[in-house]
Design a protein around this ligand. Sequence first.
Ligand code: PEP
Ligand code: MG
Length: 583
Amino acid sequence: MSEKIFHGVPASGGIAIGPAYLYHSQGLTVSRRKLKPEEVELELKRFQEALAKTRSQIKGLEEKAKEKLGEEHASIFSAHQVLLEDPLFTEDVARIVSSDHINAEFVLHEALEKFKTVMASLNDEYFRERGGDIRDVGNRVLRNLMGKGDKEELKKLDKEIILVANDLIPSDMVNLPTETIKAFCTDVGGKTSHVAIVSRSMGLPAVVGMQKATMDIHDGDLLIVDGNKGLVLVNPRPHIIEQYRHLKEEYVAFQKSLEAFKNLPAVTPDGRRVTLAANIETPLELDDMARHGAEGIGLYRTEFLYMNREENPSEEEQFQAYKELAVKTGDHPAIIRTLDLGGDKFLSHLNDSEEKNPFLGLRAIRLCLKRPDIFKIQLRAILRAAAYGPIKIMFPMISSLSEVLESKVLLQECAEELKHEGQVFRSGIEVGVMIEIPSAAIIADILIQEVDFFSIGTNDLIQYSMAADRGNESVAYLYDPLNPAILRLIHMTVEAAHKAGKWVGMCGEVAGDPQFIPLLLGIGLDELSASVSVISEIKKIIRMMPYEKAKEIALAATRVKTSDEVFEIIRDNVPAELKAILF
Ligand code: PEP
Ligand code: MG
């Protein structure tokens, strides 16, 4: 076993040492390809081969199950063999490939999706279960067609591992057995991809954008993941492991020392107070929030409530989830962001799988305004929960004034309906919008007239300003928060809010990056919202950074032309004891 070192994007801090486990996502990305007439025969042969391979895999599983569990438990696999004889597999796919000249995996995937929708609509337990079985079999055929391995499900892991995957989509992430995972490494992704965000919120080290992690690393390799530097060491020598054990202890001790800041306010030495709030994805993180001293929630990504299920959450279910938020955050505000589906957060029953550019498509508020039936259920639940605590509402992906106005009309409609029904709810809830599309930053002075606050989403603001897909490691170098173009948009947004006497926060990942804090303070942000795991560190920095000096940094940064110069201004102007921590 030879030692190797790989570099990636440092996505979540910390150090982990442990065996690699290669994970192949259950969610397959299937693309459509038009076949040339001469390719059709080969495609049909490929499909038949995938069917044959599936048959033999199921046979193998059946025999294993018989041996280990007994005859009756193996019957599920005999049933799967029978399902493979369903006309869906034996006739439909081949017929469409021959007539439409489309690749087999796409045809099969489409057929399975249709099947899934029909089965889900039948209110019959038996058919639902059969639907699940045929999807299992179908996915197995798909994996074989696409040359993907046949993997045990991640949920069943019982030992500690470091997870290595090509990509982890948000729906994979919410299903992970967090007790057994010590770190993540992925081929794709940048600092603001969802695998990065979720690993930070779990407090687990992650290196993403490694490009070939799944090729270079094998199951069982011993890995050191250094999420601070973006390094992954494969099968390191014993003295290197020893060195990293020490580094890990130091890191843990540093994190522990931050606990002293838990109950202190986020205030600069010269008295500028900012609100330091948490970004959360699931209510499970609420307990950690208090442990890290967050002052409320600056961003609750509600789309995670909608994932990994066949139907959308009901008004009652959402009401209960938001009420828990209101109650647990106490007197602190909790900002609930309305549904941001689309982009890479995709639900087959809501999003259109054929969108060519999902990040530029029917995402977030665009989808909600097109589907007021779904949107209003969420708005009603939020208004009802707001009766139990200081909940605020925030609309994502706003690009024009009309979207704000339309959303407010729907919110008002919901309030009137609730009033009419005699329900308990809060009227006059504070409404904010995310500034994460350049057009919104440019018309911030117009938008602010209609809302109570702004929250800057730098993940998307940078993605859309630089035209660089946030999940694509090849263009990760363009993710540059210090680029003067981005800083100008942030300045414009802050100025517009303050001129109107309103507050402005930031909830993109930039707000959780220690090196940027002095600049953000100086630009005048009133609130910073970041992953729970970095809150104490950010608080420590704020408490060491004089506001007057921060303002000088922000002003000087407006006068230079490149991000390197901005970086130097920050580095050279923070107090020496802060410089020692940050640079
Ligand atoms: C952002 O875009 O910066 C943001 C906070 O939203 P999300 O990461 O959920 O798109
Ligand atoms: Mg966003």
